[in-house]
Design a protein around this ligand. Structure first.
Ligand SMILES: [Fe+2]
Ligand SMILES: [Fe+2]
Length: 180
């Protein structure tokens, strides 16, 4: 599959996850969906930033690329807030903001950035294999040592990792990082 088609499919997947999140109450199900969305978008954004946006900068200009990077930053902030507010009454408002921000960004990618890339850099895009890129960016991801033990435990809980309550902080970090 070509890389653009793959990224567009991932946009649909993220939208579906956000729709499913909208109907959740505080609890494990919601936490799992937030973790799944965060993980899917971390990989998606890393692929775009490392492999696609350098071509965007060259072919469509620095301004377009900077705008896309800024929007990724906003999405990351929004996802962090969803995680923080997972059990709070403000969760729905935070989710609406994340959805709106991502919808804006996705619209620009699919209606402006991607079509222009296909028009001006088709040959370079053909050299990018999405599965290979995914393996590359995931290989580079390491346990996040800045998280507190409680935060790591919460992630381990969402991922239903067995034996989590007896784990040290380092063990939790390892377990969380190596769980898909
Ligand atoms: Fe993007
Ligand atoms: Fe994207």
């Amino acid at each position: 599959m070509d890389v653009i088609e793959h990224l567009i499919q991932e946009h649909r997947k993220a939208e579906q996850l956000m729709d499913r999140l909208q109907d959740t109450d505080p609890g494990t199900r919601r936490d799992q969906l937030v973790a799944e969305l965060t993980d899917a978008l971390a990989t998606h954004m890393a692929i775009e930033e490392q492999y696609l946006y350098p071509i965007v900068s060259e072919v469509l200009g620095q301004k377009t690329e900077t705008e896309a990077e800024t929007e990724h930053g906003l999405a990351r902030d929004g996802l962090a807030q969803l995680d923080e507010l997972h059990a709070a009454p403000g969760f729905g408002a935070a989710l609406d903001m994340v959805k709106a921000g991502i919808a804006h960004h996705v619209h620009e990618e699919e209606h402006e950035v991607f079509p222009q890339l296909l028009e001006k850099a088709a040959e370079r895009l053909e050299t990018l294999d999405p599965n290979e890129l995914e393996a590359q960016v995931n290989k580079g991801r390491r346990p996040d040592v800045d998280l507190t033990k409680d935060e790591l435990y919460r992630q381990a809980q969402a991922a239903e990792i067995p034996g989590r309550s007896a784990m040290t902080k380092d063990e939790l970090a390892q377990a969380v990082a190596y769980t898909p």
